[in-house]
Design a protein around this ligand. Structure first.
Ligand code: PRP
Ligand code: URA
Length: 208
């Protein structure tokens, strides 16, 4: 499985701000969005462009553009929606699906509560969004659902990933490319990423 880690001092800086427990909801949300934008640029570095002719104020030119109709973003609820504005900045006309999953706190297994995709999802490249890849269970189930719907090209964007989750994801979906801002040390005994940033959903929505 291809895993691309954004290696940039400004990402380290931004991560330090959101990891800090004193950082408030507003700044936390803004930075999640900024990092999502950068991950999306990286994920699209293999994008196929189409030849077009345009006219600049100085005259005609042949250039290339992306076909925005070839893409869909799929945030995993809730925390994945925190990344949505950041990626929509990159491809404003992409369609959006939603997958609702929460982790059972005892078993750490994901529980599905919502699934809604654009009708033509199987014809699109799908970019799945979730800030935290911990045990990998949520990512694995979300990707399996998309594959059952016929989606062939899937990329996964996360802000922080745990080595344990990446390993599990690779076992089940070795074809999926992962783009992450950081791979942290490990999971703790209750399935949280260490050092991590705590509960991403609670920090984005201010629910704790
Ligand atoms: C968090 C996170 C992922 C999942 C990661 O969501 O946003 O979806 O946990 O854990 P895993 O890799 O072990 O499956 P959570 O279940 O807390 O729901 P929320 O987004 O509604 O807060
Ligand atoms: N979900 C989170 O929001 N944070 C973690 O560290 C693990 C799962």
């Amino acid at each position: 499985m291809k895993v691309k880690v954004l290696d940039n001092p400004l990402i380290t800086h931004k991560l330090a701000v959101i990891r800090n427990k004193e950082t408030g909801t507003k700044e936390f949300r803004e930075i999640i969005g900024e990092i999502a934008t950068l991950l999306c640029y990286e994920a699209l570095s293999d994008a196929k462009l189409k030849n077009i002719e345009i006219e600049t104020p100085m005259g005609k030119m042949n250039t290339q553009m992306l076909d925005e109709n070839e893409y869909a973003f799929v945030p995993i609820l809730r925390a994945g929606t925190g990344m949505l504005d950041g990626v929509i900045n990159v491809i404003p006309n992409a369609k959006i699906g939603h997958i609702g999953l929460y982790r059972n706190e005892e078993t750490l297994k994901p529980v599905k509560y919502y699934y809604k995709m654009p009708k033509d999802i199987k014809n699109r490249e799908v970019i799945v969004l979730d800030p935290m890849l911990a045990t990998g269970g949520s990512a694995i189930d979300a990707i399996s659902m998309l594959k059952e719907d016929g989606v062939e090209k899937i990329k996964f964007l996360s802000i922080i990933s745990a080595p344990e989750g990446l390993k599990e994801l690779e076992k089940v979906h070795p074809d999926v490319e992962v783009f992450t801002a950081c791979i942290d040390e490990k999971l703790n005994e209750i399935g949280y990423i260490v050092p991590g940033l705590g509960d991403a959903g609670d920090r984005i929505f201010g629910t704790k």
